[in-house]
Design a protein around this ligand. Structure first.
Ligand code: DX5
Ligand code: ZN
Length: 213
């Protein structure tokens, strides 16, 4: 299992130190939650802060857009060269076009699904993307409770990916901890995002290691 700590739960007054601690603590990606106050009822960070995150990080960035105007934000964050940019399928009329735009920047395109969105919604985009991010909470806030139906969804999605012989990773985001990570692994998940579980712990390296099942 790959681990992507969400910096939403970090201490933003000591952001540089916090990012270095997760990178030295063995994380695989640094998960960055971008919220615009419209698609979700919360507002986070823009390119000024994310460029400071990119400078401090020694691991690739995984940018999770929770915004209305996806194309605008893709253009804004592309110069920071993240590994992944994911956008919500519920908020995009022309996902195919946006996927191509992200790919043209040399960035891996990823699609995000809210807890209620079936995996079939993206079936005909699976050949175009590198990752699917399944939300296991309602997007907007850290520290919420894991929604267990994501396990069934991950299994269905894994079967769809395998049937198409596509090379697509599955990432799960929200309420992940040392207890549910095994079920996620069995459901075919490749990457877990964890905010509170990592940044709320005494020892980040230990928390990250406990998710690597
Ligand atoms: C929620 C964000 C998550 C969040 C996860 O909208 O996308 O990345 O920070 O936090 P935890 O792991 O605390 O649920
Ligand atoms: Zn996220």
């Amino acid at each position: 299992m790959y681990v992507a700590p969400s910096i939403l739960s970090a201490d933003f007054g000591r952001l540089d130190e916090e990012i270095k601690a997760i990178c030295e603590g063995g994380c695989d990606l640094v998960h960055v939650d971008v919220m615009d106050g419209h698609f979700v009822p919360n507002l986070t960070i823009g390119p000024v802060v994310v460029s400071a995150v990119a400078k401090a990080a020694t691991k690739p960035l995984d940018i999770h857009l929770m915004v209305q105007n996806n194309t605008f934000f893709v253009d804004l964050f592309a110069p920071l060269k993240p590994k992944f940019i994911s956008f919500h399928i519920e908020e995009e009329k022309h996902p195919h076009r946006l996927i191509q735009k992200i790919r043209s920047y040399g960035i891996s395109p990823a699609l995000t699904l809210n807890p209620h969105t079936p995996p079939e919604a993206i079936e005909f985009l699976l050949d175009e993307i590198d990752m699917v991010l399944l939300m296991s909470v309602n997007p907007g806030f850290g520290g919420q409770q894991f929604i267990p139906s994501v396990l069934e969804k991950a299994k269905r999605l894994r079967a769809m990916i395998d049937a198409r012989e596509a090379k697509v990773l599955i990432e799960v985001d929200g309420g992940v901890n040392g207890l549910n990570v095994r079920d996620l692994d069995e459901a075919g998940v490749d990457i877990v995002v964890a905010g509170n579980y990592v940044f709320g712990s005494e020892d980040y390296a230990h928390a990250i290691a406990s998710l690597k099942v």
